[in-house]
Design a protein around this ligand. Structure first.
Ligand SMILES: Nc1ncnc2c1ncn2[C@@H]1O[C@H](COP(=O)(O)OP(=O)(O)O)[C@@H](O)[C@H]1O
Ligand SMILES: [Mg+2]
Length: 274
């Protein structure tokens, strides 16, 4: 008994230093101010983002919804440092992206941001465990601590039994839970998710949303998710509605989930009728 207690205490302590260390202070993880982005094709300039501003605090789970073409992916790509923006400000963990050189932006992308995509983007030739570790593999060294962390995340997300399987051998929901574990392996400032439930049935989609909720509760993770799915969005603390490159409205969850979902559906209906 005594030994068992000591072991579990030790594990808890180790876990606390290695990973479950929550970011204690409430800080602004993502800060966006007056963001503009246009695409130029030949002589044509197409203004996609037209002065967007909002912030996401540490530990928040925020969704962006809006019709196709409203600029959601463009917004995520600006935050991800994949495309340069024209005007405005983006700060990640208090640090401004504007003016950083390519190397610095790549470092931000590889170490400070976790990504979850609609089509999972797992590497077919790697096992689930190796896929979770990819962000560490690209940094060069995978320490025992990282491997332990991968196993802990797999445990937390109910995929421990498939760690040695390959993507072709697991379900869509399991693939996306693997991707969420991968997005957390660097303990990022923020997770950016683009339609994470878009290719899943409702039950698997819900399981993926639950991984985000666990990540937020156990690790203080901050999640910013683009979604078309009002059910998925209704689990968030706040939903930003985007229309024609501008924020149409922000809704905060003050009531239970199902009431919030109804409010979202009403607001979307109102938005599309205008
Ligand atoms: N690389 C690009 N070059 C030109 N136009 C683009 C490019 N990427 C997106 N667009 C256009 O910008 C608009 C917004 O796209 P996007 O951000 O993907 O919207 P959403 O994700 O909300 O559907 C769309 O009209 C799209 O056709
Ligand atoms: Mg999109």
């Amino acid at each position: 008994m005594v030994i068992a207690d000591t072991i579990s205490e030790n594990i808890e302590k180790k876990v606390a230093v290695s990973f479950w260390q929550k970011k204690e202070e409430t800080e602004i993880m993502l800060y966006i101010e007056d963001l503009y982005k246009a695409y130029e094709t030949g002589k044509n300039k197409y203004q996609v983002l037209k002065g967007i501003g909002f912030h996401v605090a540490q530990g928040e789970f925020v969704a962006v919804m809006g019709p196709s073409g409203s600029g959601k992916t463009t917004l995520l790509n600006c935050i991800s440092c994949y495309i340069p923006f024209d005007k405005g400000n983006i700060k990640l963990g208090g640090v401004a992206l504007a003016g950083m050189d390519e190397d610095a932006l790549a470092r931000v992308r590889n170490t400070k941001i976790g990504f979850v995509f609609q089509d999972f983007m797992l590497l077919d030739g790697l096992t689930v465990r190796e896929n979770i570790l990819v962000p560490r593999i690209v940094q060069g060294e995978v320490e025992a601590e990282a491997e332990k962390l991968a196993d802990q995340l797999a445990d937390l997300f109910g995929i421990a039994h498939i760690l040695n399987k390959y993507p072709a051998e697991i379900s869509g929901g399991e693939k996306q839970r693997t991707a969420v574990a991968r997005s957390l392996i660097n303990n990022p400032l923020i997770i950016l998710a683009d339609e994470p439930t878009g290719n899943l049935d409702s039950k698997s989609g819900r399981a993926v949303i639950e991984t985000f909720i666990h990540a937020r509760e156990k690790m203080g993770a901050t999640i910013f998710m683009v979604t078309h799915d009002s059910f998925a969005a209704s689990f968030c603390d706040r939903v930003i509605l985007l229309k024609d490159g501008k924020i149409y409205r922000q809704l905060e969850k003050r009531e239970e989930r199902s009431v919030f979902q109804d409010q979202l559906l009403d607001a979307i209906k109102e938005m599309s009728s205008m």
